[in-house]
Design a protein around this ligand. Structure first.
Ligand SMILES: [Ca+2]
Ligand SMILES: [Ca+2]
Length: 380
């Protein structure tokens, strides 16, 4: 990812034709970044989400009757800029996974925040990645092992954090989101309102609290960061109140300049909105899950980057109804070859398997998918 533009705040806004707010002044600096990305994918069985543009689990299918599919998309194409104005910083970032037909997609807001120093601390407000579980594996698949051990998404928040030497500490209040599903008398379903009182259960009077502590140590060309993080939130549903929580750890070890190991693990209840629990919906008793992933990234040559990894997510079957996702695993490997001028071509091969609790009659208990993805990317 590179940078191409340093411009005055007002003129850059006009050039980008982006509605990023009123012109604030003439001393801001914008650095644009982004990439164009094409993904051509073949799945040996149908992915359960993303129309195959991405995969988070394998869709149920009849035993021995998997349907292979192919997809071609440019929706991961990304556009963003970083802003600095005095001590303040800001970030705005979009991709094209908003709603829309596959050949006329709309933009999706990923990040929009301002970051202001407050003495030894900093205040970040807007929309950003979750404070918890901050790492992602290096995959060509858009969804970076979400649903298969990697929690942490993006959501509106206000965060206070500090970095003092090797110590990082942060706390955030974030938007509460319920994924609980309730069935109405007419048989239709509604999400986020378990007691069907017309009030979203996440409107419980308090946002979710997230926190993280991290420690970084470096010596002799090696560098390692370890962190612990968690969140807690309450859902209000009359006599059926429930909670969401997680606790997890993260690790990055830069073995040398060419090899990096990273991993995360978590456990919790009702973590679907964080992409835990294989995205099985929240429940009154708490959909309990445990998961994690590991990834080795290696710069094999000046032009070739290689990534190998695996992820696993498991949901406690006592919290599941029939035909629910109980376990989800992936093994993946990819290589990206630099073509020069910021362009690269990549190939990823991944094997996915999703185990279902009490699958429908005739369905495979653990449908699997061999996914082959070719990507061409041009970054700036
Ligand atoms: Ca993560
Ligand atoms: Ca409610």
């Amino acid at each position: 990812m590179g940078r191409v533009a340093v411009a005055r705040w007002s003129s850059a806004l006009l050039i980008a034709c982006c509605a990023v707010g009123p012109v604030q002044g003439a001393d801001a600096e914008l650095k644009w970044y982004g990439y164009f990305k094409m993904d051509l994918v073949r799945d040996s069985a149908e992915p359960g989400s993303g129309n195959g543009n991405f995969i988070t689990y394998v869709k149920p299918h009849l035993k021995g009757d998997a349907t292979a599919i192919t997809n071609l998309t440019a929706r991961q194409t990304r556009l963003g800029f970083n802003m600095t104005r005095g001590g303040a910083k800001g970030n705005l970032e979009y991709d094209f996974y908003g709603a829309g037909d596959e050949h006329k997609n709309s933009v999706q807001l990923r990040k929009a925040y301002v970051d202001v120093p407050l003495g030894r601390w900093s205040l970040r407000a807007g929309q950003d990645s979750d404070l918890i579980s901050p790492l992602t594996p290096s995959t060509l698949n858009y969804t970076v092992c979400w649903g298969v051990g990697n929690i942490g998404y993006r959501r509106p928040q206000v965060r206070l954090y500090t970095q003092q030497g090797g110590l990082y500490a942060g706390v955030a209040l974030v938007r509460n989101i319920s994924t609980a599903v309730a069935k109405k008398a007419d048989g239709t379903t509604v999400t986020g309102d378990l007691n069907l009182d017309g009030i979203n259960d996440a409107d419980a009077g308090l946002p979710v609290v997230q926190g993280r502590l991290g420690w970084t140590a470096a010596t002799g060309g090696h560098k390692m960061t370890v962190g612990v993080s968690g969140h807690y939130g309450a859902m209000e549903a009359g006599t059926r109140d429930y909670t969401t929580w997680s606790a997890g750890g993260d690790l990055v070890a830069e073995v040398n300049k060419k090899v990096k190991l990273q991993a995360e693990a978590y456990t919790g209840d009702n973590t679907a909105t964080y992409h835990g629990a294989i995205m099985d919906p929240d429940t009154e008793d708490g959909t309990s899950s445990v998961g994690g992933w590991a990834n080795v990234v290696c710069k094999a040559t000046d032009k070739v980057d290689v990534s190998l990894g695996a992820g696993l997510d498991q949901v406690d079957k006592k919290d599941l109804g029939p035909a629910s996702r109980k376990a989800n695993s992936v093994f993946f490997g990819n290589a990206q070859y630099g073509l020069g001028s910021g362009a690269s071509v990549g190939l990823e091969v991944a094997r996915w398997a999703t185990e279902y609790h009490l699958p429908a009659a005739g369905n495979a208990t653990t449908p699997s998918d061999l996914r082959v993805q070719l990507s061409v990317q041009g970054s700036f």
